[in-house]
Design a protein around this ligand. Structure first.
Ligand SMILES: [Zn+2]
Ligand SMILES: [Zn+2]
Length: 407
């Protein structure tokens, strides 16, 4: 690490994050274009399109950076300014009107400031090929970190199988025909082929459990609906689902060792997978791979091996239509990946262990933004990608179909 200046490393962190974000951008563009095509009534909060709001946050940020002492302070102010306008406006036109005027005022103000630009935006264009590979390598996980974060490991006694060693694995129900729903926690019964014995709705909370300080102690509520713990779910799905990934440990492949390339560049790619629930648990249903020039090199829907019971569309963006028209199986995907990657290719992503389990891929050269930027409380806590992006790239990303403005 000593060979690189702080500035160079800073740029590289930016590049790692940009790259992690790139498959996500593909997903967002995909979802937005689909939303435009469908005639669905837009949901709440859509009076001003997301891209317009993001543009003004960036404009405001640019001005605040000239007058604030830290990036965080500038970003906080830019978000606050934009949100105030959004809350005040009744329509897109009023929003634009106020936003343009605010920007003008900020520009007048910051041009008077003597601080000038303090943040030189680093471009990563100067790093390509082997140089970029070498920089990315500084961020790859150690063997210990791979273990700690629950990456799949080959079972030495059973070729093509992964070891069951994730300390965070949920305990499966003891009866092999009983399943624990991974959304609502309810127990349900399945047939020998994994189908539901009774069709029963799943009522669950999509959010996380958050602890708030209140007078006299702590209060725990769900982030989705602010309901108290134990309150009836705010989301309804047709059926219960189970994770199942820790029960399906076969069918894994391992990336192959390749002779040293002439330029020393084994390649680096960002990776993102989507999964849906089948009768056998979570299975791969989409994969997107982007190269360091942010070109999409592989983007495909995948037909799961087992019957789909829930597309998980809210999170994955994948619909029945998408999968109906695909014949690509996970084995086809693995064949492509083994060609594209070798054992020394650096794979970049956020909580990539989930993607590798979905792909059933053993790989050790991993740059994971959930490890590069750890949560201050340590594992199992992880920082959300949207927060990292807001902090380090000063950008707002969409999550769950909603515009997120909180940090
Ligand atoms: Zn809820
Ligand atoms: Zn359920």
């Amino acid at each position: 690490m000593k060979d690189y200046s702080i500035q160079t490393l800073g740029r590289c962190i930016g590049a790692v994050l940009e790259l992690v974000l790139s498959p996500l951008n593909v997903k967002i563009i995909f979802q937005v274009s689909r939303r435009r095509k469908s005639s669905k009534v837009p949901g709440l909060g859509s009076k001003v399109p997301h891209d317009i709001r993001q543009r003004y946050v960036s404009f405001f940020l640019e001005e605040f950076l000239k007058v604030c002492a830290t990036v965080n302070e500038a970003f906080g102010k830019a978000l606050k300014e934009e949100k105030a306008i959004y809350d005040r406006c009744g329509s897109k036109n009023i929003y634009l009107n106020i936003a343009v005027n605010t920007l003008k005022k900020l520009r007048d103000h910051s041009s008077l400031s003597i601080h000038g630009k303090f943040l030189q935006k680093g471009k990563t264009d100067s790093f390509t090929g082997a140089a970029l590979y070498t920089l990315f390598k500084e961020y790859t996980l150690s063997e210990e970190q791979l273990k700690e974060n629950g990456f799949p490991e080959p079972n030495p006694e059973k070729p093509g199988s992964a070891l069951l060693c994730n300390r965070r694995a949920k305990t499966a129900a003891s009866d092999s025909f009983k399943r624990v729903c991974s959304r609502c926690g309810g127990i349900y019964t399945v047939t020998s082929s994994g189908r539901h014995v009774r069709k029963e709705e799943c009522n669950y909370h999509s959010g996380k459990v958050l602890r708030h300080k209140v007078p006299g102690g702590l209060e725990t509520r769900y982030s989705c609906c602010e309901g108290v713990i134990g309150s009836p779910g705010c989301q309804v799905a047709k059926l219960h689902v189970h994770d199942g990934r820790k029960e399906n440990m076969d069918g894994f492949v391992k990336t192959l060792i390749k002779p040293v390339p002439l330029d020393g560049n084994y390649g680096a790619f960002a990776l993102d997978c989507e999964m849906c629930y089948t009768t056998h648990g979570l299975e791969l249903t989409k994969v997107t791979i982007v190269d360091p020039s942010l070109h999409v090199v592989y983007d495909t829907f995948v037909k799961p091996d087992n019957e789909i019971i829930d597309f998980n569309t809210r999170l994955s963006g994948v619909t029945a239509e998408d999968v109906k028209s695909t014949v690509t199986s996970i084995r086809d995907v693995q064949a492509v990946l083994l060609n594209l990657f070798n054992a020394d290719t650096i794979l970049i992503g956020h909580s990539l262990e989930n993607d590798l389990f979905a792909l059933k891929l053993f790989h050790n050269k991993i740059a994971d933004t959930s490890v590069v930027f750890p949560h201050r409380l340590g594992l199992p806590h992880k920082r959300a990608l949207k927060n990292l992006v807001a902090d380090y790239l000063q950008r707002i990303i969409q999550d769950d179909g909603k515009t997120l403005l909180q940090m």
